[in-house]
Design a protein around this ligand. Structure first.
Ligand code: SAH
Length: 238
Protein backbone atom coordinates (compact mmCIF):
# COMPACT_ATOMS: atom_id res chain seq x y z
CA UNK A 1 0.00 0.00 0.00
CA UNK A 2 1.45 3.41 -0.94
CA UNK A 3 1.31 6.53 1.23
CA UNK A 4 -1.55 7.88 -0.90
CA UNK A 5 -3.49 4.63 -0.58
CA UNK A 6 -3.06 4.81 3.19
CA UNK A 7 -4.31 8.40 3.31
CA UNK A 8 -7.36 7.31 1.29
CA UNK A 9 -7.84 4.25 3.55
CA UNK A 10 -7.76 6.47 6.67
CA UNK A 11 -10.31 8.86 5.14
CA UNK A 12 -12.59 5.92 4.31
CA UNK A 13 -12.15 4.55 7.84
CA UNK A 14 -13.10 7.90 9.39
CA UNK A 15 -16.23 8.01 7.17
CA UNK A 16 -17.11 4.49 8.33
CA UNK A 17 -16.66 5.51 11.98
CA UNK A 18 -18.91 8.53 11.41
CA UNK A 19 -21.64 6.19 10.05
CA UNK A 20 -21.28 3.80 12.97
CA UNK A 21 -21.44 6.69 15.45
CA UNK A 22 -24.67 7.91 13.82
CA UNK A 23 -26.03 4.34 14.00
CA UNK A 24 -25.19 4.05 17.71
CA UNK A 25 -26.26 7.60 18.57
CA UNK A 26 -28.93 6.38 20.98
CA UNK A 27 -26.23 4.92 23.24
CA UNK A 28 -23.69 7.69 22.78
CA UNK A 29 -26.24 10.46 23.26
CA UNK A 30 -24.89 12.24 20.17
CA UNK A 31 -24.95 11.79 16.42
CA UNK A 32 -21.34 12.83 15.72
CA UNK A 33 -18.03 12.91 17.58
CA UNK A 34 -15.85 15.99 18.15
CA UNK A 35 -14.17 17.03 14.89
CA UNK A 36 -10.77 17.18 16.67
CA UNK A 37 -11.12 13.48 17.51
CA UNK A 38 -12.03 12.59 13.92
CA UNK A 39 -9.06 14.62 12.64
CA UNK A 40 -6.73 12.73 14.99
CA UNK A 41 -8.04 9.39 13.69
CA UNK A 42 -7.43 10.61 10.17
CA UNK A 43 -3.85 11.53 11.04
CA UNK A 44 -2.43 8.65 13.13
CA UNK A 45 -0.73 5.99 10.93
CA UNK A 46 -2.52 2.91 12.33
CA UNK A 47 -0.56 0.55 10.06
CA UNK A 48 2.58 1.40 12.08
CA UNK A 49 0.97 -0.14 15.19
CA UNK A 50 0.06 -3.49 13.62
CA UNK A 51 2.34 -6.50 13.03
CA UNK A 52 3.83 -6.25 9.52
CA UNK A 53 1.97 -9.36 8.32
CA UNK A 54 -1.43 -7.78 9.10
CA UNK A 55 -0.86 -4.31 7.65
CA UNK A 56 -3.20 -4.86 4.72
CA UNK A 57 -6.12 -4.85 7.18
CA UNK A 58 -4.80 -2.00 9.36
CA UNK A 59 -7.59 0.33 8.24
CA UNK A 60 -10.44 -2.16 8.63
CA UNK A 61 -12.84 -1.05 11.32
CA UNK A 62 -12.11 -4.12 13.50
CA UNK A 63 -9.88 -5.03 16.42
CA UNK A 64 -6.69 -6.95 15.47
CA UNK A 65 -4.42 -9.29 17.43
CA UNK A 66 -1.08 -7.70 18.45
CA UNK A 67 0.49 -10.76 20.14
CA UNK A 68 0.74 -11.83 23.82
CA UNK A 69 -3.00 -12.53 23.77
CA UNK A 70 -3.76 -8.81 23.40
CA UNK A 71 -5.55 -6.78 20.75
CA UNK A 72 -5.45 -3.32 19.22
CA UNK A 73 -8.92 -1.86 19.77
CA UNK A 74 -11.40 -1.35 16.95
CA UNK A 75 -11.00 2.19 15.48
CA UNK A 76 -14.67 3.01 16.23
CA UNK A 77 -14.10 2.18 19.92
CA UNK A 78 -10.86 4.21 20.03
CA UNK A 79 -12.78 7.16 18.54
CA UNK A 80 -15.69 6.83 20.99
CA UNK A 81 -13.44 6.46 24.06
CA UNK A 82 -11.33 9.44 23.00
CA UNK A 83 -14.46 11.54 22.48
CA UNK A 84 -15.76 10.54 25.94
CA UNK A 85 -12.40 11.44 27.52
CA UNK A 86 -12.54 14.79 25.67
CA UNK A 87 -8.81 15.60 25.96
CA UNK A 88 -8.28 19.35 25.58
CA UNK A 89 -5.03 20.89 24.25
CA UNK A 90 -3.80 21.70 27.77
CA UNK A 91 -4.85 18.40 29.38
CA UNK A 92 -2.83 15.70 31.11
CA UNK A 93 -4.08 12.23 30.31
CA UNK A 94 -3.42 8.84 31.87
CA UNK A 95 -3.88 5.73 29.74
CA UNK A 96 -4.01 2.27 31.31
CA UNK A 97 -3.09 -0.44 28.74
CA UNK A 98 -0.64 0.95 26.17
CA UNK A 99 -0.82 -2.26 24.11
CA UNK A 100 0.66 -1.32 20.75
CA UNK A 101 0.32 2.41 21.50
CA UNK A 102 -2.36 3.30 18.94
CA UNK A 103 -4.85 4.80 21.40
CA UNK A 104 -1.87 6.52 23.09
CA UNK A 105 -0.97 8.23 19.79
CA UNK A 106 -4.56 9.38 19.22
CA UNK A 107 -4.64 10.89 22.73
CA UNK A 108 -1.21 12.47 22.19
CA UNK A 109 -2.54 14.28 19.10
CA UNK A 110 -5.13 15.99 21.30
CA UNK A 111 -3.69 16.49 24.81
CA UNK A 112 -0.67 18.29 26.24
CA UNK A 113 0.81 15.16 27.84
CA UNK A 114 -0.06 11.48 27.88
CA UNK A 115 1.18 9.06 30.54
CA UNK A 116 0.61 5.45 29.50
CA UNK A 117 1.11 2.27 31.49
CA UNK A 118 1.35 -1.32 30.24
CA UNK A 119 1.68 -4.43 32.36
CA UNK A 120 3.20 -6.69 29.65
CA UNK A 121 6.85 -5.63 29.13
CA UNK A 122 7.02 -7.35 25.71
CA UNK A 123 4.29 -4.96 24.50
CA UNK A 124 5.37 -1.90 26.48
CA UNK A 125 8.93 -1.73 25.15
CA UNK A 126 8.18 -1.84 21.40
CA UNK A 127 5.21 0.53 21.91
CA UNK A 128 7.43 3.09 23.66
CA UNK A 129 10.01 2.79 20.90
CA UNK A 130 7.33 3.10 18.17
CA UNK A 131 5.82 6.23 19.76
CA UNK A 132 9.28 7.79 19.96
CA UNK A 133 10.07 6.93 16.35
CA UNK A 134 6.77 8.46 15.19
CA UNK A 135 7.63 11.68 17.00
CA UNK A 136 5.18 11.56 19.92
CA UNK A 137 7.45 13.50 22.28
CA UNK A 138 4.59 14.33 24.66
CA UNK A 139 4.13 10.68 25.70
CA UNK A 140 5.71 9.02 28.72
CA UNK A 141 5.35 5.26 29.17
CA UNK A 142 5.86 2.93 32.08
CA UNK A 143 5.80 -0.82 32.67
CA UNK A 144 3.58 -1.80 35.58
CA UNK A 145 0.06 -2.17 36.96
CA UNK A 146 -1.88 0.84 35.76
CA UNK A 147 -4.91 -0.11 37.85
CA UNK A 148 -3.08 1.74 40.62
CA UNK A 149 -2.74 4.78 38.37
CA UNK A 150 0.51 6.72 38.21
CA UNK A 151 0.71 8.84 41.37
CA UNK A 152 3.70 10.89 40.35
CA UNK A 153 1.89 12.81 37.60
CA UNK A 154 -1.62 12.87 39.12
CA UNK A 155 -4.15 14.43 38.98
CA UNK A 156 -5.30 13.75 35.42
CA UNK A 157 -7.88 15.67 33.40
CA UNK A 158 -8.75 12.43 31.64
CA UNK A 159 -8.07 8.73 32.27
CA UNK A 160 -8.65 6.11 29.56
CA UNK A 161 -8.58 2.43 30.54
CA UNK A 162 -8.39 0.05 27.57
CA UNK A 163 -8.91 -3.23 29.48
CA UNK A 164 -12.02 -4.29 31.40
CA UNK A 165 -12.07 -3.95 35.20
CA UNK A 166 -13.97 -6.68 36.96
CA UNK A 167 -17.07 -5.44 38.81
CA UNK A 168 -15.53 -2.29 40.29
CA UNK A 169 -13.62 0.77 39.18
CA UNK A 170 -10.10 0.70 40.68
CA UNK A 171 -10.29 3.31 43.51
CA UNK A 172 -6.81 4.72 42.70
CA UNK A 173 -8.09 5.87 39.31
CA UNK A 174 -10.99 7.78 40.85
CA UNK A 175 -8.59 9.33 43.37
CA UNK A 176 -6.17 10.45 40.65
CA UNK A 177 -8.88 12.12 38.56
CA UNK A 178 -8.77 15.93 38.70
CA UNK A 179 -11.90 17.92 39.58
CA UNK A 180 -13.77 18.28 36.26
CA UNK A 181 -12.00 15.13 35.02
CA UNK A 182 -13.35 12.27 32.88
CA UNK A 183 -12.57 8.58 33.40
CA UNK A 184 -13.47 6.18 30.59
CA UNK A 185 -13.43 2.52 31.61
CA UNK A 186 -14.99 -0.77 30.53
CA UNK A 187 -16.40 -2.68 33.51
CA UNK A 188 -17.09 -6.40 33.31
CA UNK A 189 -20.16 -7.58 35.24
CA UNK A 190 -19.90 -11.26 34.17
CA UNK A 191 -19.81 -13.87 36.94
CA UNK A 192 -16.24 -14.78 35.91
CA UNK A 193 -13.64 -12.39 34.50
CA UNK A 194 -13.63 -12.15 30.70
CA UNK A 195 -11.38 -14.46 28.75
CA UNK A 196 -10.75 -14.48 25.02
CA UNK A 197 -12.74 -15.25 22.80
CA UNK A 198 -15.13 -13.17 24.89
CA UNK A 199 -18.05 -15.54 25.33
CA UNK A 200 -20.89 -14.57 27.67
CA UNK A 201 -19.38 -11.22 28.52
CA UNK A 202 -21.37 -8.48 30.13
CA UNK A 203 -19.21 -5.39 29.83
CA UNK A 204 -20.29 -1.77 29.81
CA UNK A 205 -18.21 1.18 28.80
CA UNK A 206 -18.61 3.75 31.60
CA UNK A 207 -18.01 7.49 31.68
CA UNK A 208 -17.15 8.52 35.23
CA UNK A 209 -16.90 12.23 35.94
CA UNK A 210 -15.69 14.18 38.96
CA UNK A 211 -17.21 17.63 39.43
CA UNK A 212 -15.48 20.71 40.84
CA UNK A 213 -16.48 19.64 44.38
CA UNK A 214 -15.16 16.11 43.91
CA UNK A 215 -18.58 14.47 43.49
CA UNK A 216 -18.50 11.35 41.26
CA UNK A 217 -21.15 10.54 38.64
CA UNK A 218 -21.32 7.49 36.43
CA UNK A 219 -22.95 7.00 33.06
CA UNK A 220 -23.26 3.70 31.18
CA UNK A 221 -22.54 4.23 27.47
CA UNK A 222 -22.09 1.09 25.35
CA UNK A 223 -21.91 -2.69 25.60
CA UNK A 224 -18.27 -3.58 24.78
CA UNK A 225 -15.76 -6.50 24.67
CA UNK A 226 -12.30 -5.80 26.12
CA UNK A 227 -9.48 -8.00 27.36
CA UNK A 228 -9.40 -8.16 31.18
CA UNK A 229 -7.61 -5.56 33.29
CA UNK A 230 -4.93 -7.39 35.24
CA UNK A 231 -4.88 -6.09 38.80
CA UNK A 232 -2.36 -6.36 41.61
CA UNK A 233 0.85 -6.94 39.67
CA UNK A 234 4.36 -6.10 40.76
CA UNK A 235 4.98 -2.43 40.07
CA UNK A 236 8.15 -2.50 37.97
CA UNK A 237 9.40 0.67 36.39
CA UNK A 238 10.95 0.80 32.93
N1 SAH B 1 -4.77 0.80 24.00
C1 SAH B 1 -4.47 -0.38 23.22
C2 SAH B 1 -5.38 -1.53 23.60
C3 SAH B 1 -4.60 -2.65 24.14
S1 SAH B 1 -5.55 -4.00 24.82
C4 SAH B 1 -4.57 -0.09 21.74
O1 SAH B 1 -4.81 1.03 21.34
O2 SAH B 1 -4.35 -0.97 20.98
C5 SAH B 1 -5.38 -3.66 26.55
C6 SAH B 1 -4.00 -3.66 27.11
O3 SAH B 1 -4.11 -3.48 28.51
C7 SAH B 1 -3.20 -4.94 26.93
O4 SAH B 1 -2.01 -4.65 26.25
C8 SAH B 1 -2.94 -5.43 28.35
O5 SAH B 1 -1.70 -6.06 28.50
C9 SAH B 1 -3.01 -4.14 29.13
N2 SAH B 1 -3.30 -4.26 30.57
C10 SAH B 1 -4.11 -5.13 31.19
N3 SAH B 1 -4.10 -4.91 32.52
C11 SAH B 1 -3.29 -3.85 32.74
C12 SAH B 1 -2.89 -3.13 33.91
N4 SAH B 1 -3.33 -3.45 35.12
N5 SAH B 1 -2.03 -2.11 33.77
C13 SAH B 1 -1.55 -1.76 32.54
N6 SAH B 1 -1.90 -2.40 31.41
C14 SAH B 1 -2.76 -3.44 31.50
Amino acid sequence: MSGNDRTAARKALVAEIADEVAGTGKWLGKEALDSRVMAALEKVPRHEFIPAADRAVAYDNRPQPIGHGQTISQPYIVAVMTDMAAPGPGDRVLEVGTGCGYQTAVLAELAARVYSTEVVPELARPAAERLRRLGYGNVETRIGDGARGWTEHAPYDAIVVTAAAWHRIPPALIEQLAPGGRLVIPVDRSPTAARYPFKDQEQDLLLVTKDAKGKISERKMLPVAFVPLIEGDEDARS
